[in-house]
Design a protein around this ligand. Structure first.
Ligand SMILES: Cc1cc2nc3c(=O)[nH]c(=O)nc-3n(C[C@H](O)[C@H](O)[C@H](O)COP(=O)(O)OP(=O)(O)OC[C@H]3O[C@@H](n4cnc5c(N)ncnc54)[C@H](O)[C@@H]3O)c2cc1C
Length: 452
């Protein structure tokens, strides 16, 4: 293809074919606006990715669950003809704490009554403080400055003084953010809790963010969204440079130059910062992208002939304070076989185990599963994992999170357009920020911004 042939024009260019970019493009198309999605990889879905296991069945190595209040995602899945099914929760959960494994029911294990009381106090305090944080302007909360000057870790040490309560709250933060309580500002946690509709919505399986899964895998929704867009999605087209003139933008992607009236950059702030802008972005926008790092997650699954734990009266869910796998779920496909146990290495564990080999990680994950679920867990037929910090087009997950002063000093730059550059991506969402649902609504918001 010649250089000239590779120059194209469109009304709106969209950078990224994750759920945010695809949703923006579908909305623009519905509004009669011509658009072109430029995706760096040879696939769509971004942080959502199916993986085929034996028998042509699918597990997800990226985002997978949907909760009942995640209306944008539920509606999109229904529109794309993708069904949901409930996450398996029947049976007792397991916790490994201080070297002992015990069973419990519900979300919060009963380590002892004092711990339970402290965790309940944390839950209530977080919910009531979070309710005062405006979702579209967290910096406007009455106590925004004082909450944004401290890390969640500092707040946690005062409000969850016992070792057991601190351990449980730390596990929750790692599971929700993929980072450590010391890395994230208290205000960011409060914003996130409010954005999800409460602490329980974040951590619960049934009724919460982990309530349901997609038949055929979550990426199927993105694949069908892209199919509807057809030739408007250009794969293998990493955007390297955006020139931002008064009257339009010129985009340099591998193999193509695109002239457009507007561009929607539908990637995380971390990746948006790796694009070159001419003229350079305003300092507050650029510095904002330097203060919202992605979390670290390695999603690991062991495959067994069948979900043997179910016959032992176990749900397959578990928690461990052993320092590697934090949270465990039953991730068996829709029809009940093969059995799949899913374990997350997150936060500091992902940082440490990220430099180990796959076989070392596999051995560690299987060791943890065996300690909790017994010797039948020791010999899986397959092992599947994805280290998201090692993905060049993600650089971590689940999403970006502000450290201290992030929201109050830089938060205004998160969504504010720069000339004809508009920003989408789950990190810009007000509702279900950090989730697929938030990605979809962020795309719709950016499309409306451009079209009006
Ligand atoms: C392990 C894991 C588990 C998760 N679990 C859940 C879950 O259960 N439920 C849930 O709701 N969410 C979950 N999430 C989070 C969820 O996946 C994300 O919030 C969501 O997918 C983000 O979508 P996005 O469109 O904003 O960004 P992305 O998915 O990151 O999409 C951005 C796209 O842009 C592309 N791109 C980046 N830079 C460029 C460039 N310069 N040029 C062109 N293209 C570019 C990327 O390749 C990517 O395709 C999980 C994520 C991970 C990784």
């Amino acid at each position: 293809m010649s250089e000239a042939a590779a120059t194209r024009s469109t009304q709106v260019a969209v950078v990224g074919a994750g759920f945010a970019g695809l949703s923006a493009a579908l909305d623009l198309t519905e509004r009669g606006v011509d658009c072109l999605v430029l995706e760096a990889q040879d696939r769509v879905g971004g942080r959502v990715l199916n993986h085929e296991i034996a028998g042509g069945k699918v597990v997800e190595v990226g985002g997978q669950w949907v909760g009942p209040t995640q209306k944008a995602l539920l509606q999109m899945a229904a529109r794309m003809g993708v069904d949901t099914f409930s996450t398996h929760v029947e049976g007792e959960n397991l916790i490994e704490y201080g070297g002992r494994v015990s069973r419990y029911r519900g979300t919060i294990p009963r380590i002892n009554p004092a711990v339970l009381l402290q965790v309940e106090w944390v839950r209530r305090r977080l919910n009531s403080m979070a309710a005062t944080v405006p979702l579209d302007a967290p910096w406007g909360a009455t106590r925004a400055k004082s909450w944004d000057r401290v890390t969640f870790g500092e707040w946690m040490r005062v409000n969850a003084p016992s070792r057991g309560a601190r351990m449980l709250v730390r596990l929750a933060i790692r599971s929700v953010f993929g980072t450590e309580p010391e890395d994230v500002s208290l205000l960011h946690v409060l914003f996130y809790v409010h954005s999800a509709g409460g602490f329980d919505s974040l951590v619960d399986t049934a009724g919460g963010a982990q309530d349901s899964r997609f038949v055929g895998g979550s990426q199927l929704v993105a694949i069908r969204m892209a199919a509807d867009l057809g030739e408007r999605v250009l794969l293998d087209a990493p955007v390297r440079r955006i020139e931002n003139f008064g009257e339009g933008v010129r985009i340099a992607a591998a193999g193509a130059t695109i002239d457009a009236e507007h561009v929607i950059v539908a990637v995380s702030p971390t990746l948006a910062a790796r694009i070159e802008y001419d003229p350079a972005l305003p300092p507050r926008r650029d510095q904002m992208t330097q203060r919202m790092p992605q979390g670290a997650i390695i999603k690991c699954m062991a495959v067994y002939d069948e979900p043997f734990w179910r016959t032992d009266g176990l749900s397959g869910a578990g928690l461990s304070d052993g320092g590697s796998v934090n949270a465990i779920f039953d991730n068996t496909p829709h029809d009940g076989t093969p059995g799949v146990l899913l374990g997350f290495l997150d936060g500091r564990a992902a940082r440490r185990w990220g430099s180990a080999s796959v076989s070392e990680r596999r051995a560690e994950v299987v060791r943890v599963f065996t300690r909790l679920f017994g010797t039948r867990a020791s010999s899986p037929s397959d092992y599947v994992e994805r280290n998201w910090a090692a993905e060049p087009w993600s650089r971590g997950c689940y999403s970006g999170a502000f450290g201290p002063s992030g929201w109050t000093d830089f938060g205004r730059a998160l969504r504010e357009p720069v000339g004809r550059i508009h920003w989408a991506g789950t990190e810009t969402a007000t509702v279900w920020n950090g989730y697929i649902d938030g990605a979809i609504s962020s795309g719709s918001r950016a499309a409306a911004e451009v079209a009006t």
